[in-house]
Design a binder for this molecule. Structure first.
Ligand code: GCU
Length: 383
């Protein structure tokens, strides 16, 4: 009976700040060999690659960069979308490798009356496709395209299931058909890696669209999509800004706090998200050679915006704020001072400024127009 009680308490979710265990985070600025990292050069040449590799090997899996060819096809367009305010482009991005292919369907609006090439917000859509309706019959706060267009920016989206269906039995029916060797490796990419890979292929497309400024691509993701936006921006330094909304465990929140969702739980409910090696850290957070502040640090010196919702304790708003605070020391190597306060700001008191932005919106686990309005503020403030 005692054993049973121990087992159940070890996986129960904690929502009590007083019960957060004492923990020591792995150092950002000390190499595996024990050397202090004191310069941007040493960060970029030694420590950053080391950390990237640790995330690859232990959590998200490898990110294959080779493919045979890529093709972009405009499937549908409308120069007078949104009452003439925007041009709609529906583009198929087809990627080929070993005679297999995947097709990523990109929906995009470009502002007609703003400076071009335009910066673009690209959403990794993990919810229903209706959220990114190209006809605009359905409008959703999850992807408030009109609002982004009115701000003078382009807005794009693609759906995760084009890359890897979000299902433990079918996730292999997508990118992983092109890279079957990934399924054999304990550090092989799975669904979240495949979604991040897709974001990079959409980035490849942006580099070939004259309407878009490829140096100003903002990758946005919510929750599981926010785990993917972080990994995409960590891997692919072409993304200028990363937005991770309510990404929680294995997103922007510190694992060692063991607050809300924990690794055991995420690996059990979603065994198809992370690599096989990650399962070793079930109920064993302290053995992980990384924690999520290190993932955020990989995005430096580029701006990162992490957000939470006050009722979404599952995603640990405080643990997210603390991860950003910990990453400040890497931004400091670039001479950048974060504008974050010392303690988590009040609910609905956003800090939408580069390089590290944060807010805790009142309400539920979601991505809303309020959130997007603040992402736009961040992008405006840095121009
Ligand atoms: C679940 C999961 C989270 C995830 C969320 C979402 O709650 O446990 O890790 O972020 O779904 O994607 O909405």
């Amino acid at each position: 009976l005692l054993l049973l009680i121990c087992l159940t308490t070890s996986v129960a979710q904690n929502y009590d700040e007083a019960k957060v265990p004492a923990y020591v985070l792995p150092p950002l600025l000390k190499t595996t060999a024990g050397q202090e990292v004191k310069s941007k050069k040493m960060w970029e040449d030694v420590r950053r690659p080391e950390i990237l590799r640790l995330f690859e090997d232990n959590i998200y899996g490898q990110m294959p960069k080779d493919y045979d060819s890529i093709r972009y096809t405009l499937k549908n367009g409308d120069r007078a979308a949104m009452n003439g305010k925007a041009t709609l482009k529906e583009v198929a991005v087809q990627v080929y490798r070993n005679r297999k292919s995947v097709q990523i369907n990109v929906v995009m609006f470009v502002p007609n009356h703003a400076k071009k090439p335009a910066p673009v917000f690209v959403l990794i859509n993990n919810r229903g496709r209706e959220n990114t309706d190209p006809t605009r019959k359905v409008k959703s706060g999850f992807w408030p395209a009109e609002m982004v267009i009115d701000s003078g920016y382009a807005v794009a989206a693609f759906h995760v299931s084009d890359l890897a269906p979000d299902n433990k039995d079918t996730f292999i029916n997508g990118v992983l058909q092109l890279y079957p060797e990934q399924l054999e490796a304990d550090n092989g990419m799975k669904a979240i890696g495949a979604w991040a890979w897709g974001a990079s292929r959409v980035m490849d497309y942006f580099e070939n669209d004259k309407d878009i400024d490829p140096k100003n691509v903002i990758v946005v993701g919510h929750s599981r999509g926010g785990k993917a936006s972080l990994w995409a921006a960590a891997q692919d330094q072409r993304f200028a800004v990363c937005v991770t909304n309510c990404s929680g465990n294995t997103g922007a929140a510190l694992a060692r706090r063991q607050f809300g969702e924990r690794i055991t739980r995420i690996n059990t409910t979603f065994p198809h998200w992370f690599n096989n090696n990650y399962k070793k850290f079930n109920a064993n957070e302290n053995q992980l050679p990384v924690d999520q502040h290190m993932l955020i640090a990989l995005i430096a010196p580029r701006p990162l915006y992490a957000t939470n919702a006050s009722k979404d304790l599952w995603a640990d708003p405080t643990g997210t704020f603390l991860a950003l605070k910990k990453a400040e020391e890497v931004y400091a190597l670039y001479g950048m001072r974060s504008k974050l306060p010392a303690n988590p700001p009040a609910i609905n008191a956003p800090v939408p400024y580069a390089p590290l932005a944060y807010h805790n919106r009142e309400g539920e686990h979601d991505l809303t127009a309020y959130d997007w309005g603040n992402f736009i503020r961040l992008v405006r403030s840095r121009r």
